[in-house]
Design a protein around this ligand. Structure first.
Ligand code: AMP
Ligand code: ZN
Length: 111
């Protein structure tokens, strides 16, 4: 996906604060953080959303494993992982990404 911002970041064509990468996934800092810890875990390969990626169970498992690792390392009092999907889900970037939020008490329910 040539114009997808997260594909561009994965290819190194757009700047980002990338904390980790391997052949499957990247971890980057969210550009507009909503908590003291706000990271995005994204696959290198373009999937528009979690629905489209769900058949690739090895990938989904790797993404979730990275999220729980980050959450347990960085969220001493707990953490939240979020996957906004589609317009009603609040998804604004159509490349699968999992938010990892921590560092403050998070409210529920979301707006
Ligand atoms: P969502 O609303 O779930 O699709 O989340 C998209 C997230 O991507 C938002 O939290 C944005 O702040 C974040 N974002 C958008 N562009 C960038 C970027 N270039 N680098 C890092 N985070 C970004
Ligand atoms: Zn993409």
């Amino acid at each position: 996906m040539s114009q997808c911002i997260f594909c561009k970041i994965a290819r190194g064509e757009s700047p980002a604060d990338v904390l980790y990468r391997d052949e499957q996934l990247l971890v980057l800092k969210d550009i507009n953080p909503q908590a003291p810890v706000h990271l995005l875990v994204i696959p290198v390969e373009h999937y528009p959303n979690l629905q489209q990626a769900s058949a690739n169970s090895a990938l989904v498992s790797a993404l979730i494993k990275k999220c729980t690792q980050l959450g347990s390392e960085l969220g001493s009092q707990g953490y939240r992982i979020v996957v906004n999907t589609g317009p009603d889900g609040g998804q604004t970037v159509d490349h699968l990404h999992i938010h990892v939020l921590a560092g403050r008490p998070l409210q529920w329910p979301p707006g």
